[in-house]
Design a protein around this ligand. Structure first.
Ligand code: DGL
Length: 285
């Protein structure tokens, strides 16, 4: 049985998976990535909504999870409504952690590092309006970091010059003391990013908040100490229903380095996820 299926365009959702495992090490997880369409951040919105819905529907049919975690800001800020309308299980999204950043900053200057798509979305405007009104928010489209994080997890060398160049606008704004990592790939590059800004800067991602939200969606008011036993009991009850024979899926399952990246985060090598809808074939982007 898979309690929560984690979805991203690529390996970025593994940063969220790690946060969920830190909080609930006993929780059976599945992982699905749409790596045939990676990167999402540079693609057309209407096509992306249809593609994300098709991939998630197909993945949920295979994995039969109790909840779906969209571990992708680019997908969540665009397609959460469409996903919730189509799926009958709870869908938990990932959106840039503007509120915690606004609560943390003393200089009232926040950086937001995200994909080109996320930085221009009305969803981000609303988050800033609602939670960071008195702050100066510097938005930086850093799509190059998605590629560098993919390289890192697949055992290839990261290019430090590309990382430095991608965050140059933040380096120019000296008063920044909080940076929102508004793409789930970016926490994977923490060791490369952190030395590039002064040591007092807070780097804030959404992983821990998503893990808390998932715990409350799955276990509601039950006492935290009882939850592993409740999970085991639910699993025993569902034994009659055949479980999927893997716990990870990808739309380009044989991509070099992907299986070893997934295995390092506790998943089996990926099975190929077939997408039924020809309208969202990758070449349409
Ligand atoms: N990891 C994704 C996010 O959080 C996006 C990466 C991509 O552009 O595909 O936005």
């Amino acid at each position: 049985m898979i309690d929560a299926l984690i979805f991203d365009s690529g390996v970025g959702g593994l940063s969220v998976s790690a946060a969920i495992r830190r909080r609930m090490p006993w929780l059976p997880l599945g992982y699905v990535c749409d790596n045939a369409a990676l990167p999402y951040g540079t693609k057309d919105d209407a096509w992306l909504v249809a593609r994300i819905v098709a991939v998630c529907e197909s993945a949920c049919r295979q994995a039969r999870p109790r909840a779906l975690v969209i571990a992708c800001n680019t997908a969540s800020t665009l397609a959460l409504e469409a996903l919730r309308a189509r799926l009958s299980i709870p869908v938990i999204g990932t959106v840039p952690a503007i509120k915690p950043a606004a609560e943390t900053t003393r200089s009232r200057t926040i950086g937001v590092l995200a994909t080109r798509a996320t930085v221009r979305r009305p969803y981000l405007d609303r988050l800033i309006d609602d939670h960071a009104r008195g702050c100066r928010v510097i938005r930086v489209a850093a799509d190059a970091l998605v590629i560098e994080a993919e390289r890192l997890l697949k055992g290839q060398a990261v290019d430090p010059a590309r990382v430095r160049e991608a965050i140059a606008p933040l380096r120019a704004a000296e008063e920044i003391d909080a940076v929102v990592l508004g793409c789930t790939h970016f926490p994977l590059l923490h060791d490369y990013l952190e030395p590039l800004l002064p040591s007092g800067v807070h780097w804030i991602d959404s992983g821990a908040a998503i893990a808390r939200r998932l715990e409350s969606v799955l276990w509601g008011d039950s006492a935290p100490a009882d939850r592993p036993a409740l999970a085991a009991a639910a699993e025993a009850e569902e034994r009659a229903i055949p479980s999927p024979d893997t716990n990870s899926w990808a739309t380009a399952a044989s991509a070099p380095g992907l299986a070893s990246a997934l295995m390092r985060f506790g998943y089996a090598p990926p099975a190929m996820l077939e997408i039924a809808s020809p309208a969202v074939a990758v070449h349409v982007s």
